[in-house]
Design a protein around this ligand. Sequence first.
Ligand SMILES: Nc1ncnc2c1ncn2[C@@H]1O[C@H](COP(=O)(O)OP(=O)(O)OP(=O)(O)O)[C@@H](O)[C@H]1O
Length: 287
Amino acid sequence: MTQTDDAVRVRGLVKRYPGKVAVAGVDLDIHRGEVFALLGPNGAGKTTTTEVLEGYRRADEGEISVLGVDPGKGDRVWRSRLGIVAQTSRDEAELTVAELVSHYAGYYPAPRDADEVIASVGLEEKRRTRTRKLSGGQRRRLDVALGVVGNPELLFLDEPTTGFDPEARRQFWTLIENLRTEGTTVLLTTHYLDEAEHLADRVGVIADGRMIEVGTPETLGGRGARTARVSWLDADGAHEVRTDRPTAEVAALMARFDGEVPELEIRRPSLEDIYLELIASLEGAVR
Ligand SMILES: Nc1ncnc2c1ncn2[C@@H]1O[C@H](COP(=O)(O)OP(=O)(O)OP(=O)(O)O)[C@@H](O)[C@H]1O
């Protein structure tokens, strides 16, 4: 395989389960230092792809390099360079949060400070709590702490914020932004489009085991070129126009209303709008 600077390089990944092709020839490059979000409907093949990259499942076909190594042949040193937050939690119910994070730190050659990691996921007050007594969202925060305590070069996050309250999600975003600033590469799967939009340098949409499109959150599905919608209210009711020149439209409205325009809004399609359109167009094509 050719050497690349990319943290992940995948060509033609195929993974079959009995009676099911879960991943049907995926190509994927993740550059060093970027946050890449994998999006797609339930059952699209995101977790399977991630698990192959982690060395947890074997590919049936394809060329795969993760930090320069074929995951099927990764050794302990290679694994210590990865951080993994899987979809399901591990179960060490009798240890406290602090004990478990310190215990995990011990597996890695250059771990982060356990207390700092606990603080970064907002679990300081639960340091002495046994993990079986944590709420679902707190347990998920602990999973994230266990994934980052080893100071990984490449971090896999499979639906990391499921069950988080809004404040915890923001705190998690800050944690990921800080990791990114430090140069950590991140592969994130999520169903929260706002999360992908906020965190990801690039997103990939996977459906039915195939990579449908890869782009930045700003340009996916031609998003950058989409027209804006300007809406307002007057005595006749609500109005909306689609335009490529929303500033001119607003200027005209200001002149017409002689100042403040009632209920003025300018909207462009969100990443979620674009994503749903992409998925719907695929479903239309299958029918
Ligand atoms: N161990 C398994 N044995 C058989 N089929 C499996 C297994 N794991 C996953 N599959 C099937 O492979 C397909 C891809 O599953 P995968 O978990 O990779 O999807 P996903 O995109 O991560 O979905 P979700 O968003 O629901 O987590 C699905 O159709 C699923 O039913």
